[in-house]
Write a protein that binds this ligand. Structure first.
Ligand SMILES: [Zn+2]
Ligand SMILES: [Zn+2]
Ligand SMILES: [Zn+2]
Length: 160
């Protein structure tokens, strides 16, 4: 290849990255502004203040301090629920449900597995974890995908 040969790499991007960007312009997928955190809210709603991360979502108080982008959706508007527990009570589950009902295309950005024991072949739940490392019934200090046996071992804590 001659030194003058035009390449994308020379201007800091791979052809795959550029393909996914061009694709995102038409599909809305491949765009960081469309990424949803494991807490169930858009990544763009997370703010870092004095070294601490928090998630600011209009209808829901969310303590998410460890954001992880887990999916990307063409529209992020459905992802604004509050978590009141794991599984169907979790904001991510409610947001995915709302997005699917509205026919909004979305894809996972992570390999789904239990974040505690790494199983992939058991039913997984999104779960909010308290600062004391129990599964809680409010927004999580952190959030995980977790299998039922691990839920049993970690245990639940209820805040009233
Ligand atoms: Zn959140
Ligand atoms: Zn979050
Ligand atoms: Zn597990």
């Amino acid at each position: 290849m001659s030194a003058n040969q035009v390449s994308l790499e020379a201007i800091g991007i791979t052809i795959q990255e550029m393909d996914s960007y061009i694709n995102s312009l038409s599909s809305g997928i491949g765009d960081p502004d469309r990424q949803i955190c494991i807490c169930g809210h858009p990544m763009t709603r997370h703010e870092i203040f004095a070294g601490y991360t928090s998630c600011v979502i209009s209808r829901a108080y969310c303590r998410c301090a460890f954001p992880i982008a887990v999916l990307e959706a063409v529209k992020v508007k459905p992802f604004r629920f509050a978590s009141t527990g794991y599984g169907r009570r979790h904001a991510l589950t409610k947001g995915v449900h709302a997005a699917l009902k509205q026919g909004i295309p979305a894809r996972w950005l992570v390999d789904l597995k239990c974040m505690r024991c790494s199983v992939t072949d058991l039913e997984l739940h999104a779960a909010p974890i308290s600062s004391t490392d129990k599964i809680c019934n409010s927004s999580g200090y952190r959030n995980v995908f977790i299998c039922m046996p691990c839920i049993g071992e970690v245990g639940l804590i209820y805040f009233h």
